[in-house]
Design a protein around this ligand. Sequence first.
Ligand code: HEM
Ligand SMILES: *[C@@H]1O[C@H](CO)[C@@H](O)[C@H](O)[C@H]1NC(C)=O
Ligand SMILES: *[C@@H]1O[C@H](CO)[C@@H](O)[C@H](O)[C@H]1NC(C)=O
Length: 322
Amino acid sequence: MDHHQSFQTIFVSIIILILSSNNIVIKAQLSPTFYDTTCPNALATIRTSIRTAVSRQRRMAALLIRLHFHDCFVQGCDASILLSDPATTERTAQSNTGVGGYEVIDAAKSAVENICPGIVSCADILTVAARDASVAVGGPSWSVSLGRRDSPAANRRLADTDLPTADQDLPSLIRDFDAKGLNERDMVALSGSHTIGQSRCVAFRARIYSNGSDIDANFANTRRRNCPENRGDGNGNLAPLDLVTPNSFDNNYFRNLVQRRGLLQSDQVLFSGGSSDSIVLEYTNNPARFASDFAAAMVKMSEIEPLTGANGSIRTTCSVAN
Ligand code: HEM
Ligand SMILES: *[C@@H]1O[C@H](CO)[C@@H](O)[C@H](O)[C@H]1NC(C)=O
Ligand SMILES: *[C@@H]1O[C@H](CO)[C@@H](O)[C@H](O)[C@H]1NC(C)=O
């Protein structure tokens, strides 16, 4: 090989190396070490904010986990739900009634902006917050991949079409999650976050007054006391989604289902003679399995259609598009 040839070989190899390393970057856009050099204290700062908020109000953990879910199911995990422009905001979508925690994400964002301005996206902060919220109420932890960017816009119409509702049956829940790349097992595990938090009467009234055989009669009677049958009365009255331990992240949600004490219809259909019965029984008998499946499904959900690279932006204020 003469000097010219060997130069060419090296040159071509370098090009191939650059192309293939670019390829790796394109495939693995999200990474747990994304802010390690640009904002090494980002995760600790977010954790402190979330811990403080949950210790002030235990239900905040539930609100934050739900907020993350409602972000990810609507045009991906892009912080679109945080935008407050009244013309397009997702916050006023029917399916986002009762969703909250916005002010906690705003506070975490300003804490992070104070240490490294313009670096950490609202979409990543919300994703980390959901994980930290789980840990704060005794739930599992997991490693969060980072590098999401924030959307330029929200989409209220999509919020109402893409988010599931409490009156759905099992096949339609499976379809809705499948449309987001989540399988039946993921769907059941993620529904297990109803081990914490509250629901308004309007979302479970039809079930507790159905007089059907899929609801424990004593449980229905108990819930009727604070949720009047008359439509329009007490719509906002709250009841815990998990009647046993509503403030702790455990597997009692699944035990309730086996006893026909699921609060929402969309809860009980997971244990009603269908294909997911076996998963519910498995989580009832094996809390560790529920915890690890929940963690894995949360990671999967948090990676729905992220904006990365040059797409999207890093917002300065989470409620305002750049
Ligand atoms: C399977 C389909 C699902 C349906 C139909 C559903 C529906 C609901 C409804 C109706 C409520 C009560 C809100 C209200 O007052 O109107 C609720 C609360 C909640 N949901 Fe879901 N959900 C589903 C899946 C999920 C998933 C995947 C997560 C998170 C991973 C989640 C997390 C929560 C939490 C934590 C609360 C309590 C929030 C609070 O205390 O305010 N849900 N859900
Ligand atoms: C269920 O039973 C209660 C009391 O027995 C009754 O008031 C109610 O109308 C019934 N609901 C339906 C949907 O049949
Ligand atoms: C940016 O968005 C465009 C259009 O949606 C998409 O084709 C492209 O793959 C995205 N780039 C990255 C790095 O995600």
